[in-house]
Design a binder for this molecule. Structure first.
Ligand code: NAD
Length: 492
């Protein structure tokens, strides 16, 4: 059987097989080629933008009813369900998604579509504000006003590769819910899942031009989307450095900018917590999706007197529970990182940790058991100081830094001493105390005792971790513009 073809979707038509050059997508565990993706051109981006603009300015979609939008969202969810095993196989082969991350990689995005379909019915599309009494020559006059949430317009959606379906649907679902039109430009490292998703969306009877997807490796494809005067909004998930470039470029047209960027989250283990209970959370970034998660708590803060015990418990947990290998094996819970160049960057950061005096408690190298694939050993650094590079920069690999603190004030100070502010965690036996500490931490989210809510609560960053929020109604608000319509009942 030959390789499965993948095609781009522009203005309701497929472009692929034979019409554009392609580039290979490797399996990060085996380095074998999974499939080839179309190498889209800047012309393709231009055509996709023009199609999305036409569909927004002249098509019926922006005026579709909430019920019509909900029906599309449900159809996408059902379409993914019908191809679920195809998506799962691709997530494993092209993204090294190991079995334990499937809930976030596959189930959560599907639930999020059902959730969006439900919330479009109750979303405050139009709300009257209190009547204003205005003095006139003829006495007091009532002025009425309503606030209408209009679709934001043509949206450039630039998701990333680490949780491809999740990050793409966190943009597409609210954009559809709000009645926007869109051009999706997947990460060059993760286009296949988005192209499979395009096959699902193409079956959902959206008018031509509402949904377009252009793949390719050139950074100009994304840059053209951000610079185009025909695009109203850009929603980007990626690194802080690209986010800054996007914000600068978007300033030229005062485009709406929504940025979901990197993190250097702290897990604060309060002194009432048991070290053995906290160890799995502390170890988690050293194996969960090979540390390639924006919100992973890669700085573990522990009371100084419990530091050594936590290091020992974390290393013991890794030795006992982490199985490294090809994620095609369902018993594996630590796969490779996405590309060789990412592994090289991770190794440079690990070397900096050693050079700057952190204590390597485990890992730090390449596993001898894996001659192929972009594997990194689960790595734990102890006695890390917050000024060290490994405590400041996002590593995006299976590396944890454990830092001692003196008291709650010191823990809050260290947690907040970061240019980023995406997420954080607290481990405690006293939830009310945990909430008090959480309110002092300058991050977009804080999870106490491993809690998360990715469907209804907002997700996004303080500081350089981004601008805007995804998730539930908060994510839909990002894809709307507020319009005030005021009226007097009689003439002025
Ligand atoms: P990246 O910054 O390398 O982004 C690459 C993408 O940006 C590609 O699609 C590329 O074509 C595009 N691009 C490059 N230059 C551009 C320009 N000038 N204008 C427009 N687009 C341009 O990031 P990445 O490696 O894809 O993603 C990893 C990062 O994503 C990590 O920092 C991680 O923390 C972050 N992330 C954040 C969240 C979140 O929700 N906050 C979720 C997942 C990942």
């Amino acid at each position: 059987m030959g390789e499965r073809p993948y095609r781009m979707f522009i203005d309701g038509a497929w472009i692929g097989a034979g019409e554009r050059p392609t580039y290979p997508i490797p399996n990060p565990a085996t380095e074998e080629i999974v499939a080839h993706a179309p190498e889209g051109t800047r012309g393709d981006v231009g055509r996709a933008i023009a199609a999305a603009r036409r569909a927004f300015d002249h098509g019926p979609w922006p005026r579709s009813t909430p019920a019509e939008r909900a029906a599309v969202l449900l159809k996408i969810a059902d379409g993914i369900q019908a191809r679920k095993e195809q998506f799962r196989a691709l997530l494993v082969a092209a993204h090294a998604a190991e079995a334990m991350t499937h809930v976030l990689q596959l189930e959560t995005p599907i639930y999020s579509l059902y959730n969006h379909a439900e919330l479009v019915g109750s979303f405050p599309w139009e709300e009257e504000v209190p009547t204003l009494m205005v003095p006139t020559k003829r006495g007091m006059m009532e002025t009425h006003a309503a606030v209408v949430r209009q679709p934001a317009g043509v949206c450039a959606l630039i998701p990333t590769w680490n949780f491809p379906l999740f990050t793409t649907l966190n943009k597409i679902a609210p954009a559809i819910a709000a009645g926007c039109t869109m051009v999706v430009k997947p990460s060059p490292w993760g286009p296949l899942v988005d192209l499979l998703l395009a096959e699902v969306i193409a079956e959902c009877d959206l008018p031509p031009g509402v949904f377009n997807v252009v793949t390719g490796q050139a950074p100009e494809l994304g840059a053209d989307l951000v610079e185009s005067a025909a695009v109203d909004k850009v929603s980007f998930t990626g690194s802080v450095s690209t986010g800054k470039k996007i914000m600068r470029a978007a300033a030229e047209t005062l485009k709406r900018v929504h940025l979901e960027l990197g993190g250097k989250s702290a897990l604060v283990i309060l002194d009432d917590a048991d070290v053995e209970t906290a160890a799995p959370s502390a170890a988690s970034p050293a194996f969960f999706h090979a540390g390639q998660g924006c919100a992973l708590m890669t700085r573990v803060l522990v009371p100084r007197k419990k530091h050594d015990a936590l290091v020992a418990a974390t290393v013991a947990f890794i030795e006992k529970k982490v199985k490294l290998g090809d994620p095609a094996d369902p018993t594996v819970n630590l796969g490779p990182v996405i590309r060789e160049e990412r592994r090289a960057a991770i190794e440079t950061l690990i070397a900096s940790g050693r050079e700057q005096g952190a204590v390597l408690a485990t890992g730090g190298g390449r596993p001898a058991s894996q001659p192929r694939g972009y594997f990194v050993e689960p790595t734990v650094f102890a006695n890390v100081r917050n000024h060290m590079t490994i405590a400041r920069e996002e590593i995006f690999g299976p590396v944890v830094s454990i830092l001692p603190f003196d008291d709650d004030d010191d823990a809050v100070r260290i947690a907040n001493a970061s240019e980023m502010g995406l997420y954080g965690g607290i481990v405690t036996n006293d939830v009310e105390r945990g909430k008090r500490v959480a309110r002092r931490i300058r991050t977009g989210g804080v999870g106490i005792n491993n809690a998360t809510n990715l469907l209804h609560a907002p997700f996004g960053g303080f500081k350089q971790s981004g601008i805007g929020r995804e998730g539930g109604v908060y994510g839909v608000h990002e894809f709307t513009e507020l319009q005030t319509i005021a009226w007097n009942v009689s003439g002025s």
